[in-house]
Design a protein. Structure first.
Length: 334
């Protein structure tokens, strides 16, 4: 494609904007080499994520789900038509996109590469640009078709000036950019648990894959502090998490804001999970230090969290809800 053709297709683009936060890569012939190069660039440890949208990515939450899966997260089963207390958070637009932003921040992802961008609706482009704005990542969208009016419409959704790339070597160079975030936060359970029991490692690895930040953080806290009860975890505030998430403070009974607190070390594997939970509150504009870290996990996530914990073979440290017909009490297994 010629320089003039590229410029005409998306006038907001800049051919020489090598450091632009957003870039549109034009693979006009849909050649496999462009896709292969993008997939090869995927490296969580280096802070780069490549997403291949699923066939259902046209629905509002589906692309966020694809991003979460690319980040190594496991999503709960779909629950179409389920009652309010059983509805899957990942099937809702705002929670799914916020969860993606939380994990991008917590895992220090700096560059998101999206394949097949030509099949995505303008609204999906706008959602991706909003994700870029919320997280500060570099965003690269790959258009596997000749540039046309559809591309112009979608490029208009990008709220910042964007780079235009139509040569494979330049695309490869763009793909391997790490972006502005500090890479290296993706840790395996074995990085900090040498000699641990295999069953403990298995639980930790599954906790690390949980998709919702609050679910993951609560079960991480319960794993590293196994004798902690529901009331004690419910009393944990944002101020009780160290800025670098290396320690968590627990209150003494009766678990009031003025109760004495004692700090406990958080292992390396749990730190991104706790950071993601804090990001969940920050992205909802709940940043006051007195905010409870696991706020609302009992009311909004009771049944979903119970199901996840059951799969891990543990009982979540939350109070069982009773007395509300909309939130039926689980049957007594005895």
């Amino acid at each position: 494609m010629s320089h003039s053709a590229a410029a005409a297709a998306h006038p907001g683009g800049a051919k020489n904007g090598a450091g632009a936060a957003a870039a549109v890569v034009i693979d006009s012939e849909d050649h496999p080499a462009w896709t292969t190069a993008a997939l090869d660039a995927h490296n969580l440890t280096s802070g780069r994520v490549t997403v291949h949208p699923s066939p259902g990515a046209s629905t509002p939450p589906a692309l966020a789900q694809d991003i979460l899966v690319a980040l190594g997260k496991q999503l709960p089963p779909h629950a179409p038509g389920a009652p309010r207390h059983r509805a899957c958070w990942a099937d809702m637009v705002q929670p799914s996109w916020t969860a993606a932003a939380c994990w991008i921040n917590a895992l220090h992802i700096g560059h998101l590469i999206v394949l097949r961008a030509h099949i995505l609706a303008p609204t999906r482009w706008a959602q991706l640009d909003e994700l870029r704005r919320r997280t500060g990542i570099h965003l690269t969208l790959i258009w596997h078709a000749k540039p046309d009016a559809r591309l112009r419409t979608r490029a208009d959704q990008l709220g910042t000036g964007h780079q235009v790339i139509d040569h494979l070597d330049a695309a490869r160079a763009r793909y391997t950019r790490n972006g502005p975030a500090r890479p290296g936060a993706t840790l395996r359970a074995t990085d900090s648990l040498h000699g641990a029991r295999s069953d403990t490692l298995g639980v930790i690895e599954r906790v690390q894959r949980i998709g919702h930040p609050l679910h993951a953080a609560l079960l991480a806290a319960q794993t590293i502090l196994p004798h902690t009860g529901a009331e004690q975890l419910a009393a944990v505030r944002l101020a009780d998490l160290a800025p670098d998430a290396t320690a968590l403070a627990l209150a003494d009974p009766p678990y009031r804001p003025t109760s004495p607190r004692h700090w406990h070390r958080a292992p390396a594997w749990a730190q991104p999970l706790l950071v993601a939970a804090r990001a969940w509150h920050y992205l909802h504009s709940h940043q006051h230090p007195s905010r409870y870290l696991f706020q609302h996990i009992n009311f909004h996530h009771h049944n979903q969290l119970t199901d996840i914990a059951a799969g891990l073979g543990v009982t979540p440290a939350i109070n069982i809800l009773t007395g509300d017909p909309a939130w039926p009490t689980p049957p007594d297994p005895r």
